[in-house]
Design a protein around this ligand. Structure first.
Ligand code: TYD
Ligand code: MG
Length: 455
């Protein structure tokens, strides 16, 4: 039998190399490549008796595992983002910039769960027990049965959380501080983080406890440490927001047990995070409806409608190359809309600076915002305010055509609920509720421009 060749695997991104190298071609990290047996030491080889597993017919499982057993926090915005609560035996990674409020959110969740009779252990590697307790006091969580531990060594943590009655949920804050005796690299390295996370996931699977792992995010928007951590866990949530604003969004980017496009919305106050059950009201709060250049976009976040104002300022430039500045939207998408306006509608913006802002520090990712953006731009250029009681949505193609978007009915329902009387939306939108003349159906971009600026 041919001797199985060994392979060299990057411990950060998992890329397989034929030879050892100092730097991984896959992710660019240094000193992450380690020699591994391709079979992982399983099965083949003399002296090894393969262990017997058990295959189960899919049909026999029905009834046994209908719903993943979940732990509800009672904080509905958090439960919504996790897909209905934390799943027992699973691991969730919560990422976010330092200082965004991850520890605050999890302390509040821990307190809420503890009040519901669950056994919760909060392991802090970044703050001392006294500091965590101080925060808990501020959050009205100090009088709960949450167990605190300040530890960073993986073996110590395992000993702590294995002691006594089995916990229902364990919080590790954060994975960047984990280090293990078994991994011989320095604390904070990818190997250490990976080893630590692996041990925590194994604990969750063995005991049925839900494991919540906190991870910091780098400037590039990735969870610092090994990317593979994202692949190892069952769900990844990002806690995002703008430091200058109070609201925070918990966004699901991966979920093996639920939908991935849900968000939970919170507001940071001096007594912790408060749930925002109607985000549209928050984003429309400081609206100046009479100003030219403002349009309300009826957007969707997963199954949830979110109304938000987009603001444009188009002004003659004093520079050789006009400025294009965007906050809260994709700048290449803005360039595309400007090009389509110029090519198909004769709207010349080559001598104008263009500034675009999404109110409240919110970030729009839907192409359905095209119509709202174009309307705001034309409104600002023409100096004419848009009707204050209208919402805008629809995608624009390079040919200037306006394409229908999904979930029209939900968008309009939310708009009506908040007192908007009309909408500019794509022609031939499906599921258009009866509303007569209040829905203005837009054929193409020239049609939109002439309706706003007159012809
Ligand atoms: P924290 O949860 O420590 O952030 P992370 O764990 O993501 O690094 O939150 C830190 C910020 O939140 C800090 O700037 C203070 C603010 N904060 C409040 O505004 N109100 C509060 O009740 C708490 C506990 C924190
Ligand atoms: Mg923290």
């Amino acid at each position: 039998m041919a001797k199985p060749k060994t392979q060299f695997v990057c411990q950060n991104c998992g890329t397989v190399h034929n030879r050892w190298a100092g730097k991984c071609d896959g992710c660019g990290e240094w000193n992450t490549i380690v020699e591994e047996d391709p079979m992982g030491g399983i099965g083949s080889g003399p002296g090894k008796v393969p262990k017997k597993g058990r295959a189960v017919a899919l049909t026999t499982l029905s009834g046994e595992t209908e719903e993943a057993p979940r732990i509800h926090t009672g904080i509905s915005e958090l439960d919504r983002a996790t897909g209905g609560g934390f799943v027992r035996g699973s691991a969730v990674l919560i990422g976010g910039d330092p200082g965004i409020g991850k520890s605050t959110l999890l302390m509040q969740a821990a307190a809420a769960l503890s009040r519901r009779g669950h056994r919760i252990i909060y392991v802090s590697g970044e703050e001392a027990v006294a500091q965590v307790r101080l925060r808990a006091q501020r959050l009205d969580a100090a009088n709960t049965e949450v167990l605190l531990a300040a530890e960073t060594n993986v073996e110590d943590i395992l000993a702590t959380i294995s002691e006594g009655k089995r916990p229902d949920l364990v919080i590790i804050d954060s994975i960047q501080t984990l280090w293990s005796d078994t991994a011989d690299s320095a604390p904070g390295t990818v190997t250490q983080v990976r080893t630590g996370v692996q041990a925590m996931i194994r604990f969750a699977k063995q005991t049925g406890a839900a494991m919540v792992l906190v991870g910091h995010v780098t400037k590039e928007g990735q969870i610092a440490g090994p990317r593979v951590v994202e692949h190892m866990v069952d769900a990844v949530l990002y806690f995002e927001g703008d430091r200058g604003h109070h609201y925070r969004i918990l966004r699901t980017v991966k979920n093996r047990f639920g939908p991935t496009d849900e968000i939970g919305v919170f507001e940071m106050s001096d007594r912790g995070l408060r749930e925002v059950t109607n985000p549209s009201e928050l984003f429309l709060g400081e609206r100046n409806a009479k100003a030219p250049g403002a349009a309300v976009f009826a957007g969707m976040e997963g199954t949830r409608p979110v109304l938000v104002e987009v603001q444009a300022l188009v002004a003659p430039t004093s520079l050789g190359t006009p400025r294009r500045a965007v906050v809260g939207w994709d700048s290449s998408r803005l360039a595309m809309i400007l090009a389509v306006l110029e090519a198909h509608c004769g709207v010349r913006l080559g001598q104008h600076d263009v500034y675009l802002n999404v109110a409240g520090g919110y970030r729009i990712s839907e192409p359905a915002a095209d119509i709202a953006i174009a309307s705001a731009l034309v409104s600002s250029l023409a100096g004419l305010a848009l009707p204050a009681d209208h919402v805008y949505f629809g995608e624009i193609s390079l040919s200037g055509a306006v394409r229908p978007v999904s979930q029209t009915a939900q968008r309009l329902k939310e708009a009506e609920k908040l007192g908007f009387a009309g909408a500019m939306l794509p022609a031939s939108s499906a599921e258009l509720p009866k509303g007569g003349s209040r829905w203005i159906e837009i054929e193409d971009l020239p049609d939109l421009v002439s309706r706003i600026a007159g012809s």
